[in-house]
Ligand binder design. Structure first.
Ligand code: ADP
Ligand code: GLC
Length: 551
């Protein structure tokens, strides 16, 4: 029996509510986290079912769907709630052809503009989540709801205004830059009462704020790194929500993301042309050569090959990178960019790759396969983010022996140890950090990286230290599980008396019921589940990424 079967007796049943999930729909790290955290939580005695919108890719992937409820979550909106498994995950799917059966990007139309009914679409998702949290759907009665980002933000607000007993909500901020603001006139359309439009309600600068509502009403708030949890309580990083977050600081915690180390394993990764074991980094050489050839660059092992895998947006500081390209590229330095996002940025990099065709190559677009291959081939990964809630690419990079060069913000500061004198002398460094994020600091960090790269022995220490860093979900999932038990008052040692009072008053009336009530083994802790997930991942990678970007 797989060890993941050994679920502790005090198991917690969680409904995770999200707008994307790898391997079905992904526009960025949110999808990765929503897809990989449930697997790790299982080992901590937490069983997760994930509530997703019924996008075509989700419906297509759903095995053995059963219609478990029909609802009218918002005025004039009819949905069917389907339950089934997909790629080893237990899913609940909000099927509404009118709202969700649209191909492509989950948030944007083919014109690259937000779908005009995004408010109704994600209010529907949240309303269904709230109804489940209240125990009205016999097929699933969670102990706790984990709501991700603005798209699930209204969940806690609906529960508040309904005033019925319900499971508590932990709201996770993946990115404060996406807040889900909609005009006040939509209040009734969203099924909210008139008095909800207040400062201590869903009102946000004259609009309705989905994320604001979630942060205001959630029982607890998490975000994806300890540094980001501190940063967002300051006006310069809080994007208008710092005051609210400060007022809730006793209920706000940062828990770092992990990555799926089965998916990110250079020995078995189908995108890696010459597989190698984590830590055996000499074996990366043929990958670098093949990657240089694939991108039409000179095949030279001594060139410092930089890589970028990123959304091309202001958050990621890629405009700063574009500005310094003429300063960093020379005979001994090349850059490969795999990215998509803002049209102007895409054009800038395409233009630069024409101008510096022997030193800079681009794949403008979203390619899971190239993203993996780049990590196995480039010497250093550039992450010049202006802010970064956590960031996943530096974790993948460390595991693959691609040394990160990143700005010292958010989760990057928490997951990279700068190669300063102290870290080098005690052999702890894993990369290069710079701050503030500006052209000169970026260039200086790349120069530091280049100098170290030309000292192969010291470079190999950076790679080895990175490989020793546990980037998996193991410890982080434990932190989530501990928080869930604390919120539910099941962790007597951790919960203070006052906390328990609040927690108990918010616990549902529906008590514990078997969860999920699916077919035997369908709570997917098994090897079968893992194999199914791997197969799904492979077919995604081979299928050359139907994923689309941006939110
Ligand atoms: P964010 O969620 O802000 O975009 P993260 O670093 O948390 O940043 O996650 C980004 C994820 O998306 C990673 O898995 C990364 O490899 C992937 N990614 C981003 N852009 C691309 C791209 N153009 N092609 C392939 N993968 C990409
Ligand atoms: C967001 C953030 C990124 C984080 C990801 C997953 O998109 O920008 O930093 O890693 O969510 O939590």
């Amino acid at each position: 029996m797989d060890r993941h079967h050994q679920v502790p007796s005090s198991s917690v049943q969680v409904l995770s509510v999200a707008s994307e999930m790898f391997p079905f729909v992904k526009t960025g790290g949110l999808g990765d986290v929503v897809g990989s955290l449930p697997v790790a939580l299982r080992a901590e005695g937490v069983a997760v079912a994930t509530l997703l919108p019924g996008y075509p890719a989700v419906l297509d992937a759903l095995e053995g769907p059963v219609r478990v409820a029909e609802m009218t979550p918002l005025p004039g909106v009819e949905v069917a709630l389907l339950e089934g498994t997909a790629a080893g995950h237990r899913l609940l799917v909000v099927d509404s052809p009118a709202l969700f059966r649209r191909k492509g990007n989950p948030y944007l139309g083919p014109d690259g503009v937000d779908w005009p009914d995004n408010g109704v679409r994600f209010a529907t998702l949240s309303r269904v989540a709230a109804t489940i949290a209240q125990g009205h759907v016999a097929a699933c009665r969670p102990d706790l709801v984990l709501a991700h980002d603005w798209q699930a933000g209204l969940t806690a607000a609906y529960l508040h205004y309904d005033g019925q007993p319900a499971a508590p909500v932990v709201h996770t901020i993946h990115n404060l830059a996406f807040q889900g603001r909609f005009p006040a006139r939509d209040l009734e359309r969203f099924g909210l009462p008139p008095h909800a439009f207040a400062m201590d309600g869903v009102e946000y600068h004259g609009d309705i704020g989905f994320l604001k509502a979630g942060l205001h009403f959630a029982t607890w708030i998490t975000t994806v790194s300890p540094t980001y949890a501190r940063e967002i309580q300051k006006p310069e990083w809080g994007m208008g929500l710092d005051g609210l977050l400060r007022s809730r600081s006793d209920r706000l915690v940062g828990i770092l993301n992990g990555i799926d180390t089965d998916d990110w394993n250079p020995a078995t990764d189908p995108a890696v042309l010459f597989p190698y074991q984590v830590g055996d980094f000499r074996a990366r050489r043929p990958n670098k050569r093949a990657f240089q050839a694939e991108f039409g660059l000179r095949q030279d092992p001594d060139v410092f090959l930089l890589g970028l895998v990123s959304r091309l947006t202001g958050q990621k500081g890629v405009d700063i990178l574009a500005d310094v390209v003429p300063r960093i590229l020379d005979d001994r330095t090349q850059l490969v960019v795999v990215g998509s996002g803002e049209a102007a940025m895409e054009q800038t990099f395409a233009r630069l790759s024409r101008r510096f065709s022997d030193r800079l190559a681009c794949h403008i677009g979203y390619s899971e396969q190239l993203g993996h291959r780049l990590q196995a081939s480039a010497d250093s990964l550039l992450i010049p983010s202006r802010f970064e809630p956590c960031g996943l690419t530096q974790l993948c990079a460390s595991r693959y022996g691609c040394v990160p060069i990143a700005s010292r913000v958010g989760g990057l500061a928490d997951t990279i140890i700068d190669a300063n004198a102290a870290a080098m002398s005690c052999d702890a460094a894993t990369g290069f950090l710079f701050f503030p994020t500006d052209p000169d600091t970026l260039v200086a960090a790349i120069e530091r990286g280049g100098a170290m790269f030309r000292d192969p022995q010291r470079w190999s220490h950076l790679q080895r230290n990175g490989a020793h860093y546990d980037v998996s979900w193991r410890h982080k999932a434990r932190e989530y599980a501990q928080l869930f038990r604390r919120v539910l008052g099941r962790n007597d040692a951790a919960a203070s008396g006052a906390e328990k009072d609040i927690i108990l008053s918010r616990r549902g009336a529906h008590g514990r019921r078997p969860w999920p009530p699916g077919p035997p083994g369908a709570d997917m802790p098994s090897r079968t589940g893992r194999l199914a997930r791997q197969a799904a991942r492979r077919s995604r990678v081979r299928a050359h990424d139907p994923f689309v970007r941006s939110h």
